[in-house]
Design a protein around this ligand. Structure first.
Ligand code: NDP
Length: 294
Protein backbone atom coordinates (compact mmCIF):
# COMPACT_ATOMS: atom_id res chain seq x y z
CA UNK A 1 0.00 0.00 0.00
CA UNK A 2 1.00 3.55 -0.70
CA UNK A 3 2.01 6.11 1.94
CA UNK A 4 1.92 9.77 0.94
CA UNK A 5 3.02 12.74 3.05
CA UNK A 6 2.09 16.42 2.76
CA UNK A 7 4.03 19.31 4.33
CA UNK A 8 2.30 22.68 4.69
CA UNK A 9 -1.45 22.85 5.28
CA UNK A 10 -2.02 26.47 4.22
CA UNK A 11 -4.73 27.89 1.95
CA UNK A 12 -3.62 25.53 -0.86
CA UNK A 13 -2.03 22.63 1.04
CA UNK A 14 -5.02 21.96 3.31
CA UNK A 15 -7.48 21.09 0.50
CA UNK A 16 -4.76 19.45 -1.65
CA UNK A 17 -3.77 17.10 1.20
CA UNK A 18 -7.49 16.51 1.78
CA UNK A 19 -7.83 15.06 -1.73
CA UNK A 20 -4.74 12.87 -1.18
CA UNK A 21 -6.16 11.55 2.11
CA UNK A 22 -9.55 10.74 0.58
CA UNK A 23 -7.89 8.85 -2.31
CA UNK A 24 -5.32 6.91 -0.25
CA UNK A 25 -7.94 5.92 2.34
CA UNK A 26 -10.14 4.48 -0.44
CA UNK A 27 -7.17 2.44 -1.69
CA UNK A 28 -6.08 1.18 1.76
CA UNK A 29 -3.05 3.48 1.95
CA UNK A 30 -2.52 6.55 4.12
CA UNK A 31 -1.65 10.22 3.96
CA UNK A 32 0.62 11.70 6.63
CA UNK A 33 0.37 15.45 7.23
CA UNK A 34 2.78 17.86 8.88
CA UNK A 35 2.36 21.58 9.50
CA UNK A 36 4.65 24.02 11.33
CA UNK A 37 1.68 24.99 13.51
CA UNK A 38 0.86 21.43 14.58
CA UNK A 39 -2.76 22.12 15.60
CA UNK A 40 -3.65 22.59 11.90
CA UNK A 41 -2.45 19.04 11.17
CA UNK A 42 -4.59 17.63 13.99
CA UNK A 43 -7.66 19.49 12.66
CA UNK A 44 -6.81 18.15 9.16
CA UNK A 45 -6.63 14.57 10.46
CA UNK A 46 -10.10 14.87 12.02
CA UNK A 47 -11.60 16.54 8.95
CA UNK A 48 -10.05 14.42 6.16
CA UNK A 49 -8.86 11.18 7.77
CA UNK A 50 -5.17 12.01 7.31
CA UNK A 51 -2.58 11.24 10.02
CA UNK A 52 -0.84 14.13 11.84
CA UNK A 53 2.86 13.33 12.36
CA UNK A 54 6.18 14.84 13.42
CA UNK A 55 8.38 16.09 10.56
CA UNK A 56 10.92 13.22 10.89
CA UNK A 57 8.09 10.67 10.46
CA UNK A 58 7.31 11.74 6.88
CA UNK A 59 10.70 10.36 5.76
CA UNK A 60 9.21 6.87 5.41
CA UNK A 61 6.60 7.93 2.83
CA UNK A 62 6.74 6.84 -0.82
CA UNK A 63 5.98 10.38 -1.97
CA UNK A 64 6.51 13.62 -0.03
CA UNK A 65 4.56 16.68 -1.17
CA UNK A 66 5.34 20.20 0.02
CA UNK A 67 3.42 23.47 -0.43
CA UNK A 68 5.18 26.27 1.48
CA UNK A 69 5.45 30.03 0.79
CA UNK A 70 8.83 30.04 -1.01
CA UNK A 71 11.80 27.78 -1.84
CA UNK A 72 13.54 29.12 1.31
CA UNK A 73 11.00 27.38 3.59
CA UNK A 74 11.37 24.19 1.52
CA UNK A 75 15.15 24.40 2.11
CA UNK A 76 14.36 24.63 5.83
CA UNK A 77 12.36 21.39 5.96
CA UNK A 78 14.84 19.66 3.62
CA UNK A 79 17.66 20.54 6.02
CA UNK A 80 15.69 19.16 8.99
CA UNK A 81 14.74 15.94 7.20
CA UNK A 82 18.21 15.50 5.70
CA UNK A 83 19.62 12.12 6.63
CA UNK A 84 16.19 10.63 7.45
CA UNK A 85 15.22 10.54 3.74
CA UNK A 86 15.22 7.12 2.06
CA UNK A 87 16.39 6.20 -1.47
CA UNK A 88 13.47 5.71 -3.87
CA UNK A 89 11.33 8.46 -2.36
CA UNK A 90 9.92 11.08 -4.77
CA UNK A 91 9.67 14.68 -3.50
CA UNK A 92 6.93 16.70 -5.24
CA UNK A 93 7.27 20.40 -4.41
CA UNK A 94 4.00 22.25 -5.13
CA UNK A 95 5.36 25.54 -3.80
CA UNK A 96 5.57 28.35 -6.38
CA UNK A 97 9.33 28.16 -5.99
CA UNK A 98 12.48 29.44 -7.68
CA UNK A 99 13.97 27.60 -10.71
CA UNK A 100 17.50 28.00 -9.34
CA UNK A 101 16.45 26.44 -6.04
CA UNK A 102 14.91 23.49 -7.92
CA UNK A 103 18.20 22.70 -9.63
CA UNK A 104 20.09 22.76 -6.35
CA UNK A 105 17.42 20.84 -4.40
CA UNK A 106 17.18 18.19 -7.14
CA UNK A 107 20.97 17.70 -7.07
CA UNK A 108 21.12 17.49 -3.25
CA UNK A 109 18.28 14.96 -3.13
CA UNK A 110 19.67 12.92 -6.03
CA UNK A 111 22.77 12.31 -3.87
CA UNK A 112 20.41 10.55 -1.39
CA UNK A 113 18.61 8.60 -4.13
CA UNK A 114 15.54 10.85 -3.88
CA UNK A 115 13.92 12.30 -7.03
CA UNK A 116 12.71 15.91 -6.95
CA UNK A 117 9.91 17.31 -9.11
CA UNK A 118 9.06 21.00 -9.14
CA UNK A 119 5.29 20.81 -9.48
CA UNK A 120 3.64 24.16 -8.75
CA UNK A 121 -0.09 24.49 -9.26
CA UNK A 122 -2.61 26.98 -10.63
CA UNK A 123 -6.34 27.28 -10.10
CA UNK A 124 -6.41 29.04 -6.74
CA UNK A 125 -8.09 27.89 -3.55
CA UNK A 126 -11.31 27.15 -5.51
CA UNK A 127 -9.39 24.79 -7.82
CA UNK A 128 -7.70 23.17 -4.83
CA UNK A 129 -11.04 22.58 -3.05
CA UNK A 130 -12.52 21.11 -6.25
CA UNK A 131 -9.46 18.90 -6.97
CA UNK A 132 -9.14 20.56 -10.39
CA UNK A 133 -5.69 22.17 -10.17
CA UNK A 134 -3.36 22.45 -13.14
CA UNK A 135 0.08 21.05 -12.25
CA UNK A 136 3.14 22.18 -14.26
CA UNK A 137 6.00 19.77 -13.71
CA UNK A 138 9.74 20.12 -14.12
CA UNK A 139 12.09 17.14 -13.64
CA UNK A 140 12.67 13.57 -14.84
CA UNK A 141 9.76 12.08 -16.85
CA UNK A 142 10.15 8.68 -15.10
CA UNK A 143 9.71 10.27 -11.68
CA UNK A 144 6.54 12.04 -12.88
CA UNK A 145 5.08 8.82 -14.33
CA UNK A 146 5.72 7.11 -10.97
CA UNK A 147 3.63 9.65 -9.05
CA UNK A 148 1.03 10.63 -11.67
CA UNK A 149 -1.67 8.35 -10.13
CA UNK A 150 -1.07 10.02 -6.73
CA UNK A 151 -1.93 13.55 -7.90
CA UNK A 152 -5.52 13.44 -6.60
CA UNK A 153 -5.76 17.26 -6.47
CA UNK A 154 -5.06 17.66 -10.21
CA UNK A 155 -7.38 18.33 -13.15
CA UNK A 156 -4.50 18.68 -15.62
CA UNK A 157 -0.84 17.66 -15.37
CA UNK A 158 1.71 18.90 -17.93
CA UNK A 159 5.44 18.14 -17.89
CA UNK A 160 7.05 21.37 -19.12
CA UNK A 161 10.73 20.36 -19.02
CA UNK A 162 13.65 19.50 -16.78
CA UNK A 163 14.31 20.61 -13.22
CA UNK A 164 13.14 24.20 -12.63
CA UNK A 165 10.93 24.45 -15.73
CA UNK A 166 7.74 24.03 -13.67
CA UNK A 167 8.72 26.90 -11.37
CA UNK A 168 9.66 29.08 -14.36
CA UNK A 169 6.31 28.52 -16.11
CA UNK A 170 4.42 29.22 -12.88
CA UNK A 171 6.32 32.49 -12.33
CA UNK A 172 5.61 33.70 -15.86
CA UNK A 173 1.93 32.72 -15.57
CA UNK A 174 1.61 34.72 -12.38
CA UNK A 175 3.48 37.68 -13.86
CA UNK A 176 0.82 37.65 -16.61
CA UNK A 177 -1.90 37.62 -13.93
CA UNK A 178 -0.14 40.58 -12.28
CA UNK A 179 0.08 42.51 -15.58
CA UNK A 180 -3.54 41.82 -16.54
CA UNK A 181 -4.88 42.78 -13.11
CA UNK A 182 -2.80 45.96 -12.83
CA UNK A 183 -3.46 47.13 -16.40
CA UNK A 184 -7.21 46.53 -16.06
CA UNK A 185 -7.13 48.55 -12.81
CA UNK A 186 -5.36 51.44 -14.57
CA UNK A 187 -7.87 51.41 -17.42
CA UNK A 188 -10.89 51.26 -15.12
CA UNK A 189 -9.48 54.05 -12.93
CA UNK A 190 -9.23 56.32 -15.98
CA UNK A 191 -12.78 55.44 -17.02
CA UNK A 192 -14.02 56.02 -13.47
CA UNK A 193 -12.34 59.44 -13.38
CA UNK A 194 -14.13 60.20 -16.64
CA UNK A 195 -17.48 59.33 -15.08
CA UNK A 196 -18.06 56.01 -16.86
CA UNK A 197 -20.03 53.30 -14.98
CA UNK A 198 -17.45 50.60 -14.20
CA UNK A 199 -19.91 47.70 -14.16
CA UNK A 200 -20.98 48.61 -17.68
CA UNK A 201 -17.35 49.05 -18.77
CA UNK A 202 -16.45 45.59 -17.43
CA UNK A 203 -19.46 44.06 -19.18
CA UNK A 204 -18.17 45.44 -22.49
CA UNK A 205 -14.52 44.46 -21.89
CA UNK A 206 -15.61 40.92 -20.97
CA UNK A 207 -17.41 40.62 -24.31
CA UNK A 208 -14.37 42.07 -26.10
CA UNK A 209 -10.69 41.44 -26.78
CA UNK A 210 -9.36 43.17 -23.66
CA UNK A 211 -10.78 40.52 -21.36
CA UNK A 212 -8.72 38.35 -19.00
CA UNK A 213 -9.31 36.33 -15.84
CA UNK A 214 -8.78 39.61 -13.97
CA UNK A 215 -11.67 41.34 -15.77
CA UNK A 216 -13.90 38.26 -16.05
CA UNK A 217 -13.60 37.11 -12.44
CA UNK A 218 -11.31 38.94 -10.06
CA UNK A 219 -12.32 42.58 -10.49
CA UNK A 220 -16.08 42.00 -10.59
CA UNK A 221 -16.06 39.57 -7.67
CA UNK A 222 -13.39 41.06 -5.43
CA UNK A 223 -12.69 44.73 -6.28
CA UNK A 224 -16.00 46.33 -7.31
CA UNK A 225 -17.67 44.52 -4.37
CA UNK A 226 -14.93 45.99 -2.06
CA UNK A 227 -14.63 42.51 -0.49
CA UNK A 228 -11.00 41.65 -1.41
CA UNK A 229 -11.35 38.15 0.18
CA UNK A 230 -7.84 36.97 1.15
CA UNK A 231 -7.32 33.66 -0.71
CA UNK A 232 -3.96 34.45 -2.39
CA UNK A 233 -1.69 36.89 -0.60
CA UNK A 234 -0.37 40.04 -2.27
CA UNK A 235 3.08 39.28 -0.82
CA UNK A 236 3.08 35.89 -2.57
CA UNK A 237 2.18 37.45 -5.95
CA UNK A 238 4.97 40.03 -5.48
CA UNK A 239 7.30 37.08 -4.78
CA UNK A 240 6.15 35.37 -8.01
CA UNK A 241 6.70 38.57 -10.03
CA UNK A 242 10.23 38.69 -8.59
CA UNK A 243 10.90 35.09 -9.67
CA UNK A 244 9.59 35.95 -13.16
CA UNK A 245 12.05 38.88 -13.31
CA UNK A 246 14.86 36.45 -12.42
CA UNK A 247 13.66 34.08 -15.15
CA UNK A 248 13.84 36.94 -17.68
CA UNK A 249 17.32 38.03 -16.50
CA UNK A 250 18.72 34.49 -16.38
CA UNK A 251 17.53 33.97 -19.97
CA UNK A 252 19.01 37.36 -21.02
CA UNK A 253 15.52 38.27 -22.19
CA UNK A 254 14.12 41.73 -22.84
CA UNK A 255 10.77 42.08 -21.08
CA UNK A 256 10.16 45.61 -19.80
CA UNK A 257 6.46 45.09 -19.02
CA UNK A 258 7.10 41.88 -17.05
CA UNK A 259 9.98 43.54 -15.19
CA UNK A 260 7.77 46.47 -14.20
CA UNK A 261 5.20 44.38 -12.33
CA UNK A 262 7.74 43.22 -9.75
CA UNK A 263 8.30 46.82 -8.65
CA UNK A 264 4.59 47.67 -8.76
CA UNK A 265 3.55 44.66 -6.66
CA UNK A 266 6.43 45.17 -4.20
CA UNK A 267 5.20 48.74 -3.74
CA UNK A 268 1.62 47.50 -3.30
CA UNK A 269 2.74 44.87 -0.76
CA UNK A 270 4.59 47.55 1.23
CA UNK A 271 1.80 50.12 1.13
CA UNK A 272 -1.35 47.96 1.23
CA UNK A 273 0.02 44.97 3.17
CA UNK A 274 1.56 41.60 2.15
CA UNK A 275 -1.23 39.55 3.79
CA UNK A 276 -4.07 41.32 1.96
CA UNK A 277 -5.56 39.55 -1.07
CA UNK A 278 -3.57 40.05 -4.29
CA UNK A 279 -6.49 42.00 -5.80
CA UNK A 280 -5.94 44.68 -3.12
CA UNK A 281 -2.97 45.81 -5.29
CA UNK A 282 -5.61 47.82 -7.13
CA UNK A 283 -6.03 49.91 -3.97
CA UNK A 284 -2.62 51.39 -4.89
CA UNK A 285 -3.86 52.14 -8.41
CA UNK A 286 -6.85 53.81 -6.74
CA UNK A 287 -4.54 56.00 -4.62
CA UNK A 288 -2.45 56.90 -7.67
CA UNK A 289 -5.63 58.14 -9.34
CA UNK A 290 -7.59 59.43 -6.33
CA UNK A 291 -10.57 57.34 -7.44
CA UNK A 292 -12.29 54.25 -6.06
CA UNK A 293 -13.09 51.27 -8.32
CA UNK A 294 -16.69 50.55 -7.39
P1 NDP B 1 -0.40 30.09 3.14
O1 NDP B 1 0.24 31.31 3.69
O2 NDP B 1 -1.87 29.95 3.25
O3 NDP B 1 0.27 28.80 3.83
C1 NDP B 1 1.64 28.74 4.03
C2 NDP B 1 2.02 27.40 4.65
O4 NDP B 1 3.44 27.37 4.81
C3 NDP B 1 1.42 27.17 6.04
O5 NDP B 1 1.18 25.80 6.20
C4 NDP B 1 2.56 27.64 6.95
O6 NDP B 1 2.54 27.03 8.24
C5 NDP B 1 3.74 27.12 6.18
N1 NDP B 1 4.99 27.80 6.56
C6 NDP B 1 5.26 29.13 6.51
N2 NDP B 1 6.52 29.37 6.90
C7 NDP B 1 7.06 28.16 7.21
C8 NDP B 1 8.33 27.74 7.68
N3 NDP B 1 9.33 28.62 7.90
N4 NDP B 1 8.53 26.42 7.90
C9 NDP B 1 7.55 25.53 7.68
N5 NDP B 1 6.33 25.86 7.24
C10 NDP B 1 6.09 27.16 7.00
O7 NDP B 1 0.09 30.00 1.61
P2 NDP B 1 -0.69 29.37 0.34
O8 NDP B 1 -1.19 28.02 0.67
O9 NDP B 1 -1.60 30.40 -0.22
O10 NDP B 1 0.55 29.27 -0.68
C11 NDP B 1 1.51 28.21 -0.64
C12 NDP B 1 2.27 28.23 -1.98
O11 NDP B 1 1.34 28.02 -3.05
C13 NDP B 1 2.96 29.57 -2.27
O12 NDP B 1 4.17 29.33 -2.92
C14 NDP B 1 1.96 30.28 -3.19
O13 NDP B 1 2.61 31.23 -4.01
C15 NDP B 1 1.40 29.10 -3.97
N6 NDP B 1 0.06 29.26 -4.55
C16 NDP B 1 -0.97 29.87 -3.87
C17 NDP B 1 -2.22 29.98 -4.45
C18 NDP B 1 -3.39 30.61 -3.74
O14 NDP B 1 -4.42 30.90 -4.41
N7 NDP B 1 -3.34 30.85 -2.43
C19 NDP B 1 -2.49 29.48 -5.82
C20 NDP B 1 -1.36 28.79 -6.42
C21 NDP B 1 -0.13 28.73 -5.81
P3 NDP B 1 1.78 27.72 9.49
O15 NDP B 1 0.38 27.19 9.46
O16 NDP B 1 2.55 27.25 10.68
O17 NDP B 1 1.85 29.22 9.30
Amino acid sequence: TRTLAFLGLGAMGRPMAGHLARRTNELGGRTLVWNRTASKAEVHAREFGSQAVLLAEVAGADVIFSCLPTSAEVDGVLAELGEHLRPGTVWVDCTSGHPQAAGRQAAELAARGVSFLDAPVSGGTAGAEAGRLTVMVGGPAEALEGVRPDLAFAGKVVRVGGSGAGFAVKAINNALLAVNLWAAGEGLAALGLGGVDLGAALEVINASSGRSNATENLIGQRVLTREFPATFALGLLAKDAGIAADVVRDARGSAPVLMAVEALYRAAAHLIGPDEDHTAALQLVERMNAVELR
